[in-house]
Design a protein around this ligand. Sequence first.
Ligand SMILES: [Zn+2]
Ligand SMILES: [Zn+2]
Length: 168
Amino acid sequence: MLNKALGSDYGSLEDASFIARYQANCHCGAVRYEVGADPVDAKICHCRDCQALHGAPMQWAAIFHKRDVRLTAGFEHLRFYNSENATAARVLPCKVACEICGTPIADEGRNMWMAFPTLFDFGVPPQVPEAFKPTCHIFYSMRVMDITDALPRWAGHKNKSASLEGNR
Ligand SMILES: [Zn+2]
Ligand SMILES: [Zn+2]
């Protein structure tokens, strides 16, 4: 089965108790997955790795337990990249992308799946559920643009780095 390929930490297609709440897919549609829960947190990351790997000033990630994530299509099209070693390998934590369209799918951590909510189907125009809304900015010390919202901002990781509340 497809999800055995992703690993037993993940939700299974055979699990009848898994109720899909949201669907996500890459730009070309080859890679599809669903989640059975709301994210446990959501953040905006301004780190240099995210800037380079996403071709964007920042990255929006929503964090899920792996058991709440299950792939429905396209495992064979997943491409893995470990940024710490700069190697195309599934060495956790790593980046997950679609090899066809290049869409970044998620950051796969050791325990968690950091989904990119921009892949989720929230309707047109998107109605972003409350649980997906970012709670903070992380690695704000690396920002390439200032943000004027009211969210907390951290120099590095949330609750583990200096608060940059003065830097608005
Ligand atoms: Zn794709
Ligand atoms: Zn980052």
